[in-house]
Design a protein around this ligand. Structure first.
Ligand SMILES: *Cc1c(COP(=O)(O)O)cnc(C)c1O
Length: 308
């Protein structure tokens, strides 16, 4: 159960759920998802884990750390185009001793297949985790998070009208939306896209929601799913990892005013997107919950960048 803090009262009442404080490997949504993947790994007969992501991937770092804690071999497939060293990749490779295989982005898929068969030929029993912790297990992690939000509301006798967060592969969003559909809630759940554009970005979320509901034999109807998925692509700047002066100013003011670190790829971008959305839609007097999805090592990459 991660803490929910009241941030401030302005035109709306703002709260923040600190997923960055999950107690493993700098936390974040990737740690919440990886924990569930490793519960499945622990139940099965595996001795090696394979996943993929860029050098700045929070997912790869959380997975490499969990594998290392179990003394399991970990292989990270990385696209060459995004492979410059970061605090995440340094931890994965130097501290957690994951093997990293760097290939051009269009060879990532084949390399995963090849490395998995090589490992099997060498007598390993590998488990493959999709990039970002995508899939029903990752979705489950954020159904669980949604239920933590419900528990907080019940205990504190309040109701959040809106929930905002950074949406990337859309698994976090899919889990929150599934949670709200399962509980018959009608609040506004808004994923601020950090890269993808619509209709693709939103369709991926919808597919993930449908896949999860299908596996759990829950039927809520297509119209309800369509209505529940708001994927806002207005604040992506120039795509993944790109940012603007406004996003940097957001990062700076949130740590100055509230002592909470953010990063420019995910959380500050989404927080900025949320403030713009609230202005754009003229939202007033709502209780608004922002989910801090983690990425703390990227905050230090930002700081290091200031020095060069
Ligand atoms: C991966 C990530 C996201 C996006 O989560 P998805 O489930 O892929 O949409 C948001 N914030 C941080 C810090 C992340 O690492």
């Amino acid at each position: 159960m991660t803490p929910i803090q009241h941030l401030f009262d302005g035109l709306n009442h703002l709260y923040i759920k600190r997923e960055d404080l999950l107690p493993f490997s700098f936390g974040g949504n990737k740690a919440r998802k990886a924990k569930l993947f490793f519960e499945e790994i622990d139940r099965g007969d595996y001795d090696c884990v394979v996943t993929y992501g860029s050098s700045s991937s929070n997912h790869c770092r959380a997975v490499a750390n969990m594998a290392c804690a179990r003394k399991m071999k970990c292989v990270l497939i990385q696209p060459m185009e995004q492979s410059s060293p970061t605090f995440n990749s340094m931890m994965s490779e130097k501290l957690f001793q994951a093997e990293s295989v760097i290939v051009p982005v269009n060879e990532v898929h084949d390399t995963i297949e090849r490395r998995l068969s090589e490992l099997k030929a060498d007598g390993y029993r590998p488990y493959f985790i999709p990039g970002g912790g995508h899939g029903n297990i990752g979705t489950q992690a954020y159904v669980d998070c949604y239920e933590e939000i419900l528990a907080y509301e019940a205990e504190n006798k309040i109701h959040f009208d809106d929930i905002f967060f950074a949406s990337g592969t859309g698994t976090t969003q899919a889990g929150l939306v599934c949670g709200s559909l399962i509980h018959g809630d009608h609040r506004n759940i808004v994923g601020i896209s950090i890269a993808r554009k619509n209709p693709y970005g939103r369709n991926v979320v919808i597919d993930s929601v449908c896949e999860y509901l299908k596996e759990h034999q829950i039927s809520v109807g297509d119209v309800a799913v369509e209505r529940a998925v708001c994927f806002d692509d207005a604040y992506t700047s120039d795509g993944y990892g790109s940012h603007s002066k406004e996003i940097e100013n957001t990062l700076i003011s949130v740590i100055r005013d509230h002592g909470i670190q953010m990063d420019m790829t995910y959380t500050a971008k989404a927080y900025y997107g949320m403030t713009e959305y609230l202005k754009r839609e003229g939202v007033l007097g709502h209780r608004v919950l922002f989910i801090h999805t983690g990425g703390t090592p990227l905050y230090f990459d930002y700081l290091r960048g200031l020095d060069t």
